[in-house]
Ligand binder design. Structure first.
Ligand code: SF4
Ligand code: SF4
Length: 254
């Protein structure tokens, strides 16, 4: 069944640019599965915020959280390397990937229902609190729990295909074998090797070796949002996840 879901996600993403006429292209997605009862979900209330949701909040009787990573095409990644402000292609990719996540989750939900199961589609940005700058559901943390990747110093989830892309998730009552989490870190700095390139690339003094100022980061994202009034909601930056060793590949052996 997991192979069937993997293929369904892969085919949907492959056909999406042609069907929707998007500018953005994506690489083959990665998927990973978490048990809805994994104790780490409860810990997210301590780590992120007491308001962080549990899988059963979205779907009573939840069994599995399906998570996936949608890697950006190399051209999108390259476009965002130069300059202080984010590139237009990066802003478009953010907007189009939000739409893709919503459409893909709807498609997955319908496919699960055809199999006699239920699915709860979680929007790309769920209950974002603009004061605390946190979400009621972190797709990245759900994907971490599922074993899709490990967090880097840049706070992004580093997967086998890097961190330049987006993570989505969906809750279902279909019981599936959870993916195992690997032991080691993927971030070079966290592995005790020299790097910190993401810190040097930060354009607004938000990221340092031992801290992250989410307000400074979001200020930069809002400045980018103002640059593209013709694209709905482009509060992104992403300078610390391009031209770094973990952009499009996992820099350390899992
Ligand atoms: S750039 Fe280097 S230090 Fe920063 S997250 Fe990637 S691997 Fe880690
Ligand atoms: S997204 Fe931009 S402002 Fe935020 S930490 Fe990365 S480079 Fe710095």
């Amino acid at each position: 069944m997991k192979t069937k879901i993997d293929d369904l996600i892969g085919r949907y993403v492959e056909n999406y640019p042609r069907e929707k006429g998007t500018m953005t292209r994506w690489g083959r997605p990665l998927t990973a599965y978490a048990a809805a009862g994994d104790e780490l979900f409860a810990k997210m209330k301590e780590i992120i915020d007491p308001s962080h949701g549990m899988p059963s909040d979205f779907l009573p009787g939840a069994q599995t959280v399906i998570t996936y990573f949608l890697p950006f095409d190399g051209a999108v990644v390259k476009s965002n390397i130069e300059g202080r402000e984010c590139s237009r292609a990066w802003a478009v990719a953010y907007h189009e990937t939000n739409a893709l996540i919503e459409d893909l989750n709807r498609h997955l939900k319908e496919a699960l229902e055809e199999l006699g199961h239920r699915g709860a589609a979680i929007p790309p940005t769920h209950n974002f609190d603009r004061d605390k700058l946190i979400s009621g559901w972190s797709h990245r943390h759900a994907a971490f729990i599922a074993g899709l990747g490990k967090f880097g110093l840049n706070n992004m989830l580093i997967t086998a295909k890097g961190c330049a892309g987006r993570v989505g998730s969906l809750v279902t009552d279909l019981a599936l074998e959870p993916t195992s989490r690997s032991e080691g870190e993927y971030c070079l700095h966290k592995r005790g090797r020299p790097c910190g390139k993401c810190v040097r690339r930060c354009v607004n003094g938000a990221l340092s070796i031992d801290s992250f100022d989410r307000h400074k980061c979001y200020a930069m994202c809002l400045a980018n949002d103002e640059r593209f009034p013709d694209i709905p909601v482009t509060d992104v930056c992403g300078k610390c996840l391009v031209a770094v060793p973990c952009a499009m590949t996992c820099p350390a052996e899992p």
